[in-house]
Design a protein around this ligand. Structure first.
Ligand code: AOF
Ligand code: ZN
Length: 364
C-alpha cells in the first residue's frame, strides 16, 4: 500500500471520528477504517455516550475480511477492560496485519499499552500519520486526560468594531441567519454550551441546538457565583429535559441551591476569588464531570475571565459588516492590560465568508 493511499484512509477515519464529536464524552470521538486488498471493508466511529468504541464497529462490518487487513485508527486502540473489552485484543483476535494509528491515547489506562499489545502479537504498528489533525480533533479528550479540564472554544459575535449591543441594550440580529445556523452546528459538535450568569439573566437563552435534525443536545453550563438566575426562565423550565449544570460559589444561597437541584440542574460548587468564581476550579470540575469540549458563548465578563486565566484554546469570531460605536457594549470585559506585551495572542487558523458576515478561527 502506498503512503498516499494510507493518508487517504486516515483522512477518512478522521472524518468518521468527527461524526461523534459532541456526543461521545467522556470518551474521545475516534474513527476507524479497515482496508483489505485495496478495498474498504469496515468503517466505524465511537458511538453516543462513548460506547461501543470505533474499532469493534469497523470489525463487525469487516467480518472475516479483517483477517490480514490494514487498520487506520485516529487514536491508539485501548488496552483496558472498561465499559468494553480492549479494542487492541479485538484487533488481535480478528487477525489484522497492520495498525496505523494517528496518535497515542493519553488515558493512563492505555498510554502505549495498546500499541505494545498489538506489537507483542506480531502486528505491524505505525504511529503519527496525520497526527496534527488527530491532535486537533481529539484536543478536548487529550486536555481532559492530561490537564484535567475540557478544551474551551470561545465564540465572539460582534459588529466590525467589536460591539455586541447598543448603549440601550439592543442586541438581536447583529450577525445574519447563516451565522446563527453555523453557531448551532458548532454547538452540536461540542459537549456543552456555556454562558455567564449575566447572559442567562439578560437573554433568557435556551442554549439548545435547533432545526439541525440532531437527536441529542449538548449539556448547558451556566457560571453564576451567586445562583441569582431567573427561576421562571427558559433554563429553569427545561432543566429536566436537557441537562443543565450550574457552577456556583460555595457561598451561594442554600435555598437557591436546593431550588435549582429540585428543578433538575446539576450543581457544581466551586471556589471563588474576590467577586468572581475561580474558573480554574470550575473548569476542573467540568472536566471531572466528563466534559471534553466546551463552547462558550459569552457574555463579555465571562469571556474576559476565561482569557485572563488562559482558558481559551480556540477563539471563533463572527463579524457583521456594521458599526455600533464606543457607547455600545463591547464583546469582552476589561482585561486590565498596561502593555501590549501582556495581551494574549492567538494564531489565525482559518477565515471564511458566511452570508453577509465573516467567521474566523484562532488557536492559542
Ligand atoms: C478506543 N476506541 O473508539 C474510543 C477509545 O470506559 P470505556 O471502556 O469506554 O473506556 C474509555 C477509554 O477508552 C477512553 O478514556 C479512551 O482512553 C478510550 N477510548 N478507545 O480504542 C474508541 N473511544
Ligand atoms: Zn477501545
Amino acid at each position: 500500500m502506498t503512503q498516499a493511499s494510507d493518508t487517504r484512509y486516515m483522512a477518512l477515519a478522521l472524518s468518521l471520528g468527527r461524526r461523534g464529536q459532541g456526543r461521545t464524552w467522556p470518551n474521545p470521538a475516534v474513527g476507524c477504517v479497515i482496508v483489505s486488498g485495496g478495498r474498504i471493508v469496515g468503517r466505524g466511529w465511537t458511538q453516543q455516550g462513548g460506547v461501543p468504541h470505533a474499532e469493534p464497529m469497523a470489525l463487525a462490518q469487516a467480518g472475516s475480511a479483517a483477517h490480514g487487513a490494514d487498520v487506520f485508527v485516529t487514536l491508539e486502540p485501548c488496552a483496558h477492560h472498561g465499559r468494553t473489552p480492549p479494542c487492541a485484543q479485538a484487533l488481535i483476535d480478528a487477525g489484522v496485519a497492520r495498525v496505523v494509528m494517528a496518535i497515542p491515547d493519553s488515558d493512563p489506562r492505555v498510554d502505549g499499552l495498546g500499541a505494545q499489545m498489538l506489537r507483542d502479537a506480531g502486528i505491524v504498528v505505525e504511529t503519527g500519520l496525520l497526527g496534527d489533525q488527530a491532535f486537533a480533533d481529539h484536543d478536548g479528550f487529550l486536555r481532559r486526560t492530561v490537564m484535567g479540564r475540557p478544551m474551551v472554544t470561545l465564540k465572539l459575535a460582534s459588529s466590525v468594531d467589536g460591539r455586541i449591543a447598543t448603549a440601550s441594550g439592543e442586541s438581536q440580529w447583529i450577525t445574519g441567519a447563516q451565522s446563527r445556523r453555523m453557531v448551532h452546528v458548532m454547538r452540536a459538535r461540542h459537549d456543552a454550551v456555556m454562558v455567564g450568569g449575566g447572559t442567562a439573566r439578560h437573554d433568557d437563552p435556551s442554549l439548545t441546538v435547533r432545526d439541525m435534525g440532531v437527536d441529542y443536545q449538548p449539556t448547558r453550563v451556566v457560571i453564576s457565583r451567586r445562583l441569582d438566575l431567573p427561576l421562571m426562565g427558559t433554563l429553569a423550565r427545561t432543566a429536566k429535559e436537557t441537562p443543565l449544570i450550574l457552577c456556583h460559589g460555595k457561598d451561594a444561597d442554600k435555598t437557591l441551591q436546593r431550588t435549582w437541584a429540585d428543578l433538575g440542574a446539576t450543581l457544581l460548587s466551586c471556589r471563588a476569588s474576590g467577586t468572581q468564581l475561580d474558573m480554574d476550579d470550575a473548569m476542573a470540575q467540568l472536566g471531572g464531570h466528563g466534559l471534553t469540549r466546551v463552547f462558550c458563548e459569552g457574555g463579555s465578563a465571562l469571556a474576559a475571565t476565561l482569557i485572563e486565566n488562559d482558558l481559551v484554546d480556540r477563539l471563533i469570531t463572527f463579524t457583521a459588516g456594521m458599526t455600533i460605536g464606543a457607547e455600545g457594549l463591547p464583546n469582552m470585559g476589561a482585561l486590565g492590560l498596561a502593555h501590549l506585551q501582556e495581551a494574549r495572542r492567538f494564531t489565525l487558523s482559518g477565515t471564511q465568508m458566511i452570508g453577509p458576515d465573516t467567521v474566523t478561527t484562532w488557536v492559542r
